[in-house]
Each structure stands twice: as C-alpha cells, then as structure tokens.
Design a protein around this ligand. Structure first.
Ligand SMILES: *[C@@H]1O[C@H](CO)[C@@H](O)[C@H](O)[C@H]1NC(C)=O
Length: 470
C-alpha cells in the first residue's frame, strides 16, 4: 500500500576494522542527522527530539535533538539522505486509520532478525535478566517474543529471573548455568521501558549484574531510555563501561542518541533496534478470528505516566457518543496491567477462584507469559478500533493490523518509538492532543465504516473495516 520509496532502506556496512557487519537504520536520519519532521495536516506533531519533558532537569543530549559526535563507536550511523516520504500517514488526520499493517510488521521483524543474528553470534545458552511476573500484557508479549527470537537462533534459555539474585532468583543456579556452558553462555537483558531513573529497581539491578558478571558476555534487547539524574547516570556508566563485553540496545532514536552520547567512546556496543514484540510477526489471523464485541477498546494507563484526559471515560463497558451521523458506539475501557489472565492463575476473568484442577496456578514462565500475551492480543482484537496510550497497545495493534489511535505517555516513549519505527502504518493515527482528539478521529473511522456494530448487525452486515487493506 506504500510506494516503493517507503520501503525500508537497510544498509549493511562492512568495516575493515570491525568484525562483522553493522546494520544502519539510516532511514531515520536526514542529512543533518536529525529525525525527519513529520508533515502534518491537522496535527502539530513535535519531533521526538522536541520533548515536552526536556526541561531544565534534563541533561544535555536528552531530548536536545542533537546527535553528539561519536568517537570509535562501532555503531556510528552512516548519515544518508533517503527520499523523504510525502506524508507520515499516521499524522494525517484527514483520513481515519485503515485495517492491516503487514509491511510495517515485516520490516520491524526483519530488522530484529538481522540485528540479533549479528549480536548473538556465538552464543548458545542464555540466562534471562528482566523476567517480569506482572499482569502487564505488553511485558508478557515482550517476554514471549524474546523467547521466539532466541529459539529461532538455536539459543536455549536456562535461568530466567527478574534480577540475577533476589526476588525468587537462585543466584547459585544462575551462575552455575552460565559456568556450565562457558564460553557459549551469556546474560540476556530483557527489552522494555525500565532503563530509566524514575522506577529505580531494574536499572540498579543491571548495574549490579554488569559488575558481578564481568566474566560473561552481556547482551540486551532494546529499551526506551530516559535518565536525568547525574549520579545515577554516572553509576550506570561506571558499571557498564567496566564490562569487557557488553551490548546495549535502544528502541527509539532519542534513546539511541543517549547511548551514543554516554557510551560512544567506550567499548560498550550499542544498537538501535525495533521493539522485540515484533518477533510475533504478522498476527492478522488473531484479528480475523476473534469475534468483535465492542466498537472501541480504550487501553489506557492508570498511573503517573498518563498525560491526557482518558480519565474522563469510565473504566469498564459502556457507550460513547461520538455525535454527528455516528452517534453512540460501544466501548470497553481497561488497563491490561490490572486484569487477571484467565486460567493461568486459577481464576476466572473477574478474579474468582476456579474449582478443581483449573484452580491451580500455572508455574511455567513461558506458559504464563504466552497466556498473558494472547489475552492481550484478544482484548485488542475484540474491538473494531483501539484507542491507547500504552506503547504495546500500539505495537500489538500494529501486529494485529487493528486500526488504532495512539496518544503519548509522559516519558514520550510512545511517540519516540512510533516516530522511529512505525509512522508509516496506515492502521495508526496519532492524537497529539489527547482523548478529545482521539474521539474525533474515532468518529471519522465509524462514519467511514458503516457506523456502530449495533447498526451493522441490525442491517445484517459486517463492516467493511473487517477486511484487510493490504
Ligand atoms: C539453588 O541452586 C543450587 C544449584 O543448582 C541448588 O543446589 C540449590 O538447592 C538451589 N537452592 C534453592 C533454594 O532452590
């Protein structure tokens, strides 16, 4: 559905002094190395680098829009001038989002494969670092996707812990597994959004692990990075730069620039990579096979990262009046961090204990993560349109090809990701101004697609929005 010039441009550069090849995602750089400004009609998108949160507390280089000079970095981007797209489709608010996004999903997935085939070369056994036992369906989708990537590269996961010790992790077993498979073993740090100094739990654990495991390679799936506190940045730098074989990854351009700035002159390797959840590949089958229950799913954060007015819509199931020709549509509003996944915890959807063997908790980490992730996919696929301020609401909707409207979060991680990797997906529209604007776009979507589910059912029709556009 996009002209050929929109196709991903992947440049493989072979360096004479560098073992292996380095994938450069040069499409994200204009001639001056600054992220391309999205062209908009109705919206006023900020670039990822003109962050609202870039205030006086923000250290130079974070959100400053400058690619710092990098010395001796194996991942220095080759500056190129790709053909600029005529419009970033997701910022075009004159049209509603469409169904299907296979091109973008495949591109993100292929990039992941290339990057981690290279970064994990020689490694056959890993201990996971950063396994999260939460109900957040996005984190679960990340964990399962990581297992898919590792398995596709013939790598066995041995121990999986949140940290290398404590929190239910057997530190003796953790080290022993690595020792038993030396020199083919490594610590694999999970991807996600906790490489920051706001939630100070996962980052200090990484700092500790990097210091304690200098005798094993450390590899990382991509993170959104946001650190503003000088002493915490210093601790991170001191620990990581002292490790002899460490690789970090960023999943958006500002995060990658942060890594370049802080680790550009060290031996810590750093790469820009799509979010690992794209390892799921195209899952339009889930979208097609799940019966639509609601017109709109509002998947909204209910924490301090929230930036907009989604609080004005009540949690649960109800009706939204979109006005005009469309009128009322049905909705479900949920924060998927708070919904128990049926079956694995021995409870039903409402959290009530099930009788008999069904009431037993599933202990397998793969099984638990997979069930939670599938539950997340199903939640999204039950709706004709998704409105979300969760990054994985956007990413998993993209994987499904479900039309959706994306709002940002306080740390800008949603639009930073979107602007780096997914802005040419026809199934996304960005509501910069929040919920009210999202509902306006929703109105356009239902107007173009025959009105509410109830109206369609009454007319004996299935909406044309159920079909793939690509
Ligand atoms: C921790 O792992 C070690 C080595 O595998 C094992 O001997 C020990 O019993 C384990 N400890 C616990 C509490 O499970």
């Amino acid at each position: 559905m996009f002209p050929a010039s929109r196709k991903v441009t992947v440049y493989i550069v072979t360096g004479a002094f560098i073992a292996g090849t380095f994938l450069i995602l040069s499409q994200f750089y204009s001639a001056d190395g600054i992220a391309q400004q999205p062209i908009s009609y109705n919206a006023k998108p900020e670039t990822a680098t003109s962050s609202k949160v870039a205030n006086d507390d923000t250290p130079e280089g974070v959100g400053a829009g400058i690619v710092p000079p990098v010395v001796n970095s194996p991942t220095t981007p080759v500056i190129d001038t790709p053909t600029a797209p005529a419009v970033d489709i997701s910022y075009d608010l004159t049209t509603p989002p469409s169904v299907g996004c296979v091109d973008v999903v495949n591109r993100n997935r292929n990039q992941l494969t290339e990057i981690f085939t290279r970064e994990l070369k020689g490694i056959r056994y890993v201990n996971m670092h950063g396994y999260l036992e939460t109900e957040n369906k996005g984190d679960a989708a990340i964990y399962t996707a990581q297992q898919m990537i590792l398995a596709s590269m013939g790598i066995t996961t041995m121990e999986a812990c949140r940290f290398a010790e404590g929190k239910g992790c057997n530190a003796t077993a953790y080290r022993k597994a690595l020792e038993d498979h030396k020199p083919y073993s490594a610590i694999m740090m999970a991807g996600g959004g906790n490489f920051n100094d706001f939630y100070w739990e996962d980052q200090p654990a990484r700092i500790k692990t990097a210091a304690a495991y200098k005798d094993f390679p450390i590899r990382s799936f991509p993170q959104s990075i946001y650190m503003t506190k000088p002493e915490k940045i210093q601790q991170t730098f001191d620990s990581f730069s002292a490790h002899p074989d460490m690789q970090l990854a960023a999943r958006d351009k500002p995060s990658f620039e942060w890594l370049q700035k802080h680790f550009g002159s060290t031996k810590v390797k750093h790469v820009l990579s799509p979010d690992v959840a794209f390892a799921w590949g195209d899952r339009s089958d889930i979208r097609k096979n799940i019966k639509k229950k609601y017109d709109v799913l509002i998947l909204a954060r209910d924490d301090w990262e929230i930036t907009h007015s989604s609080k004005d819509v009540a949690t649960g199931v109800g009706e939204l009046d979109l006005g005009g020709d469309v009128g009322k549509v049905s909705y479900r509003k949920v924060d998927w961090k708070k919904t128990p996944t049926p079956l694995i915890d021995g409870v039903d959807e409402n959290g009530n204990k099930l009788p008999g063997p069904a009431g037993q908790r599933e202990m397998g980490k793969e099984q638990r993560a997979f069930a939670k992730a599938m539950n997340g996919f199903e939640m999204l696929a039950e709706a004709r349109l998704v409105i979300t301020d969760r990054l994985h609401g956007h990413i998993l909707s993209t994987v499904l090809g479900t039309p959706h409207i994306l709002m940002d979060s306080k740390l800008k991680k949603n639009l930073n990701y979107h602007d780096t990797f997914t802005k040419d997906c026809g199934c996304t529209r960005v509501a910069m101004d929040g919920m009210e604007q999202a509902l306006e776009i929703a109105g356009k979507f239902f107007k173009a697609n025959g009105g509410s589910l109830e109206k369609l059912k009454a007319a004996g029709e299935v909406g044309n929005d159920m079909k793939d556009n690509n």
